[in-house]
Write a protein that binds this ligand. Structure first.
Ligand code: SAH
Length: 214
């Protein structure tokens, strides 16, 4: 993919300056064509380090937030990963280069259709997509070595904690509708360790184990 190569390189430099150090994550940003995942009218802004509207009241997250979330997962390439909230599919494509298998759940049919098409265009073959409520996880494919949730919850949905493998890591925005903390959970000997990373603002996680009204 020669198109936008320079713009992508500059985005990688910006992420590096902001503190992203994981070389595999930086390489993923360098090779995944983000312009395939933003709405047509916003292609010229695809390589800005900013969130952009996707339609349906949803947003493609800021590349810095994606990169930090993925860096926190410490993927080696061997993992089975669950993503809740496919959205544009951009983070799904990054995950596809960083892990062995990616399972991603989205509840809005039109977004999932567009994500599927963009992922096909960029040749991601180790991705399975499902339309449905990701707050209940994907039981048939569990356990997962890593889980990344792209929508905000008031607490960790119980099914996701259960579907996280021993030694696994989960990144999820936790908090109120107005503001959340990007939070890393690490399952060690059956217990869950928690670390708050930084303040973020995501759209709410819907569904059965989704965000409670706050
Ligand atoms: N990482 C994505 C984020 C999209 S916004 C991107 O950068 O494009 C969050 C997404 O989560 C939205 O598409 C929304 O529809 C989806 N979502 C919210 N609640 C959900 C649920 N319970 N199950 C599946 N998807 C959900």
């Amino acid at each position: 993919m020669i198109e936008f190569r320079g713009a992508r390189r500059r985005l990688v430099e910006t992420l590096r300056e902001k503190g992203v150090t994981d070389l595999a994550v930086l390489r993923a940003v360098d090779i995944v064509p983000r312009h395939l995942f933003v709405p047509g009218g916003l292609v010229h802004r695809a390589y800005e380090d900013s969130a952009l509207p996707l339609g349906d009241g949803q947003t493609i997250s800021q590349p810095f937030v994606h990169a930090m979330s993925l860096q926190l997962l410490q993927l080696t390439g061997a993992e089975r990963v669950l993503e809740v909230g496919t959205g544009s599919g951009y983070q799904t494509a990054l995950l596809a280069t960083l892990a062995a298998q990616v399972f991603s759940v989205e509840r809005v049919p039109s977004l999932l259709d567009r994500a599927r098409e963009a992922l096909r265009k960029c040749g991601a073959s180790n991705v399975s997509l499902m339309l449905g409520d990701g707050s209940i996880g994907w039981r048939e494919q569990a356990p997962f070595d890593a889980i990344v949730v792209s929508a905000a919850a008031t607490e960790v949905p119980e099914p996701l904690a259960e579907q996280l493998a021993e030694g696994g890591r989960m990144v999820i925005p936790i908090g109120s509708a107005a503001q959340q903390s990007l939070t890393l959970f690490h399952k060690v000997s059956g217990a869950i360790q928690r670390r708050d990373i930084f303040a973020v603002k995501f759209v709410p996680l819907r569904g059965r184990f989704g965000s409670k009204k706050t």
